[in-house]
Design a protein around this ligand. Sequence first.
Ligand code: ACM
Ligand code: ZN
Length: 546
Amino acid sequence: MTHQKNHTQYTPSIIPLPVKLTPETGQFAFNHETIIECDPELKKIGEFLQNFLYPATTFEFNVKIIPPNHFNTNSIVLKLDNGLSHLGLEGYSIKITRENVIISALTSIGIFYGIQSLRQLLPPEIDHSNEVKNVNWGVSCVQIEDYPRFPWRGFMLDDARHFLGKEIVLKILDLLALLKMNVFHWHLTDDQGWRIEIKKYPKLTEIGSKRTSSQIGGFISKNQDGIPHQGYYTQDDIKEIVTYAANRGINIIPEIEMPGHCIAALSAYPEMSCSGGPFDVSSIVGIHKDVFCVGKEHVFTFLQNILKEIMTLFPSEIIHIGGDEVPKTRWKQCPDCQARIKMEGFEDEKDLQYYFTNRIVTFLALHGKRTMGWNQILNDTLPIDVISQYWMFDKKKVINHLKRGRKIVMSKYGRVYLDYGYAFTPLKKTYAYDPIPKKLAPQFHQNVLGIEAPLWTEWVRNAHNLYWQIFPRLFAVAETGWTQKILKSYTSFTSRLHTLSKRLDCLGINYAREKETNPTFLKRLFGIFTILVEPKRPTRNASIES
Ligand code: ACM
Ligand code: ZN
């Protein structure tokens, strides 16, 4: 498909950039009489659009169910169209004339993405939650045909290091939807906190969700703030959030970290460790030596019971089990772990982690689930349908697995880890990242599922700072995940960014300003050291975020 570069009339500022966009003359104006007309199957989505358009415009946008192709003038038409199978399951078409806005797609999620593009064609003020007067609520005539490059366009939130809470998570889901991102990977457990209610093991949250203090100043600092920190999601919260995400085409993939990064769990149930503890929920960041014991059978029972509850709460076919950064120190000293090594005829503790992973994989598979884990779980006996997530180390191994048919999601730390400062990871560097490894032959490209940007929150304590870290870099990630590689251009991206920034202003969301996102050469030269210290963020007149 070709892309119309002739934007002389006006420049629609859609991020991610659509595949094909043809500006036409004229405008469709919204007014008090404009209605939404849709197929019966799209009523819910029609109402979603109505609820979105109402607050800023105060136009009613009544939703009317219509028979196929019986729409009137002055309407936004939503319709499913079997003739659009060439746009795929997530693709959509928009045709804006002076009479109508027509959004059509093969599936309802395609319609939803069409609505998100329409949203970005409207003035940014449409994103205000209250009436905005004196705005021309019109959209220029245009034709768009669009579909994504990758099926996996994700964001990961570490809710363990700092508990962010339901309001922020819902807002993040809204922002992912704006960018046509479809995976919310939720890192819910770690050394510093256990954030999800498990009915069978109430101490996980009674004890594991609370710590007495937090490290401040950065990874090499010894300082503590002495302020207690706590929080967790009830199972009712989880159900509400999962539904909210599903209504926005977003799959939530829960991550329950194992066998490492689990001090919060061990503080509640020390008998799941090698030594028996005791432990305190950690107020120190980094890698901890105490991990789940792989020699004791009751550890597997414990983890499987937790996963059973996780599987009932999350409809996702994929469950993430972490698997990164597992020190072998305790396993080396533990009679139970050593007995397991001997009994199974393993070479060393590395095999013990593979054994652990493969057992959990088998358990999840019995329940119809696919396991996902960081690239440290990769081993020759790992079932081929297990998905891995590349972040660091072992790139060669990752490429070998891709060649064998394993599906992998790319999250290279220096490019898409959004917790890093802009001096280490400028916007331009994030934008330039391509998830397909250069050395990978084309026949294996389809094994790269897509891109995911993690936000680790050791140094992110509130929404204001969280949004500064992720925006605008998440826009870049979204464009890489959606837009065809050949159409990507940093110049075009930054010109569109301006409108998106105004939209964030309307939404009351903080973001790093242009000057901050691409620091000077000198600042970048010392960028590597900024990883070790707590990021310095500008203080702004932050009104809003909860
Ligand atoms: C990771 O950043 N430890 C996956
Ligand atoms: Zn052990």
